[in-house]
Design a protein around this ligand. Structure first.
Ligand code: PLP
Length: 375
């Protein structure tokens, strides 16, 4: 008997505690968590600075609406974008951040046409779902929000879709849910140029790739492009629900008072947590350490050999292992879980690994050895 909708295919056990990358289920079994709660707990479970920020704010004030000044929102936005020339809007999830971006694009450009890409994932609300280029996610929910057009990712011919009618283009730098598909730098740069030529706004969905996941605070920083708008969620709150949309300062006038909003967005608790997350990532040795463990993981994964393992791809601490068939993917996931390694699936037949950025070299070795065993 369950009181819940069966919309999630849940595992028959519950994780009840976590520390760093180690989580424990309700039977007392320990696992090495290479999922970070689907790319959320980027600083690991039970992170002391984040926990302390939440506890302190919880004792002071939980919530006041966006009718009043909020210095924490200002501080988080400043910490995230510094002098890059963006202004921010806070919400509660990735889908909401993308909804805000879609609305801003249409309002700023006064046009409706938006180009996104096949195999993309932008969220489950109507706008974000309509932006998502996957028929299986649309199934049964017609009519979708109109005027979304889906190009082929990494395909130069698809750039022709971006014409003078287009208000904006929304794209992931690495398609996460779609199968850990990394954009080709030259293609992404050509897409950015094409947007500039026709006056379309370039929106980078950094919900999964952002907050250090690929080895820099935002993934777009590694691809030589500068979006007009980008969105964040997942790792921004390390498990506390929060999302954000940033847009170039010149777009500010398009989101004037009353144009968009959220009751909870930028809530004091969420902002206190987000500030602690960003500050932790800004410590001088943080990203150099991420680079070290990323290299170790990348090398180890690329050395894995198995008859049905076709490709290993990714950046930073976001990796996909593509198998020749789904049966093998599911076998590998189940066997890894039995041996105490939690992994994720992406696309049809890709094993996705999103360990916390705080993973130690010993944990990288442990995860690799379980994978090698299982393969
Ligand atoms: C790239 C991307 N965009 C948007 C979303 C939606 O985020 P949320 O589930 O917080 O609404 C996700 C979630 O997986 C994502 O990976």
């Amino acid at each position: 008997m369950t009181y819940l909708f069966p919309n999630y295919a849940r595992k028959p056990f519950e994780i009840v505690t976590g520390l760093g990358l180690t989580v424990t289920d309700n039977q007392g079994k320990e696992y090495l968590d290479f999922t970070s709660g689907i790319g959320v707990v980027n600083l690991g479970h039970h992170h002391p600075a984040v926990e302390q920020a939440l506890a302190e704010q919880a004792r002071q004030l939980w919530h006041m609406p966006n009718l009043y000044e909020n210095h924490l929102q200002e501080e988080v936005a400043q910490a995230l974008v510094g002098e890059l020339g963006y202004v921010g809007f806070f919400c509660n999830s990735g889908a909401e951040a993308n909804e805000a971006a879609i609305k801003l694009v249409r309002k700023a450009r006064g046009k409706s046409k938006i180009v996104t890409f096949q195999h993309s994932f932008h969220g489950r609300t109507y706008g974000a779902m309509s932006a998502t280029g996957q028929a299986s996610i649309h199934a049964g929910f017609a009519p979708l929000v109109p005027d979304f057009h889906y190009g082929v990712y990494n395909d130069f011919d698809s750039l022709a879709l971006v014409d003078e009618e287009v208000a904006g283009v929304m794209v992931e730098v690495i398609q996460g849910e779609g199968g850990v598909i990394v954009a080709e730098e030259a293609w992404l740069q050509a897409l950015a140029r094409r947007c500039q030529e026709v006056g379309a706004l370039l929106v980078i969905d950094e919900v999964q790739t952002g907050m250090g996941r690929t080895g820099s605070l935002f993934a777009f920083q590694q691809f030589g492009i500068e979006p007009d708008i980008f969105t964040l969620a997942k790792g921004l709150g390390n498990g506390f629900p929060v999302g954000a949309m940033f847009g170039k300062g010149e777009l500010a006038a398009s989101f004037g008072p009353g144009s968009h909003g959220s009751t909870f967005g930028g809530n004091k608790l969420a902002m206190a947590v987000a500030l602690a997350v960003v500050k932790t990532m800004q410590a001088p040795d943080f990203f150099p350490q991420v680079a070290q463990v990323s290299q170790q993981l990348a090398k180890g994964l690329q050395e894995l050999r198995a008859p049905k393992l076709c490709e290993v791809r990714g950046r930073g601490l976001m990796w996909g292992l593509e198998f020749s068939d789904q049966e093998e993917l599911l076998r590998v996931m189940a066997a890894a879980e039995a041996k105490g390694l939690l992994t994720l699936r992406a696309g049809e037949k890709v094993l996705r690994l999103l360990p916390a950025l705080t993973i130690t070299p010993a944990e990288v070795t442990q995860g690799l050895s379980i994978l090698a065993d299982v393969l």
